[in-house]
Design a protein around this ligand. Structure first.
Ligand code: SF4
Ligand code: URA
Length: 195
């Protein structure tokens, strides 16, 4: 089975999934969007109101900021892959629970296996914790480890994890937008240095 077919099947399973209570509350599940051959994969937290309405990741206010940050380093949405740890919207945009993350994260694991990115960028502390721990690293406060790199080794080879602040922080803590910008510039350097 090729990448394309594997991803389409997985997306179909996500759209029909009822493995946790969020399945009953959603308008649309949000599997992810972008290139299945992406070198860079961004992993947010969970869909919000607009993502749930449209079935697409990062299309609300946080998405506008992500678009800006991508544009500043010359990346388009079409060449990266964007998804979340939890694929359905938690009510009132509350944080996803441990149970929801546990139920949903196998989809993310599978997406990583199929796409095999060179760089994974967890956005925000929930995603940072999940991804770092999955690959054997210890989570730390996001204020301390954003922009740092962790080299992970898997059966499909090495790749780099670079955690960042969640783009939504730029909405209520403007100075952190500068930190995000700096981290995106580091990401650009990292990508340019990749084979
Ligand atoms: Fe399934 Fe994930 Fe949606 Fe829960 S959040 S119903 S596990 S797709
Ligand atoms: N915030 C997220 O973490 N993910 C989205 O898709 C939108 C907002």
């Amino acid at each position: 089975m090729g990448k394309e077919e594997a991803m389409r099947k997985l997306e179909e399973r996500i759209r029909n999934c009822q493995k946790c209570p969020l399945g009953k509350l959603r308008t649309h599940a949000v599997p992810g969007s972008g290139s299945y051959d992406a070198k860079v994969m961004f992993v947010g937290e969970a869909p919000g109101y607009w993502e749930d309405q449209k079935g697409l990741p990062f299309v609300g206010r946080a998405g506008k900021i992500l678009d800006e940050l991508l544009a500043e380093i010359g990346l388009s949405r079409e060449e990266v892959y964007i998804t979340n740890i939890v694929k359905c919207r938690p009510p009132e945009n509350r944080d996803p629970t441990e149970e929801e993350i546990k139920a949903c994260s196998p989809y993310l694991d599978r997406q990583i296996d199929i796409i095999r990115p060179k760089v994974i960028v967890p956005l925000g502390r929930h995603s940072m914790r999940y991804i770092l721990e999955k690959f054997g690293f210890e989570a730390e406060p996001i204020s301390k480890i954003h922009g740092k790199t962790f080299e992970a080794h898997t059966l499909f080879g090495r790749f780099v994890i670079m955690p960042m602040y969640h783009p939504a922080v730029a909405l209520y803590r403007p100075p952190l937008k500068e930190e995000l910008r700096k981290d995106f510039r580091r990401l650009k350097e990292l990508i340019e240095g990749q084979p």
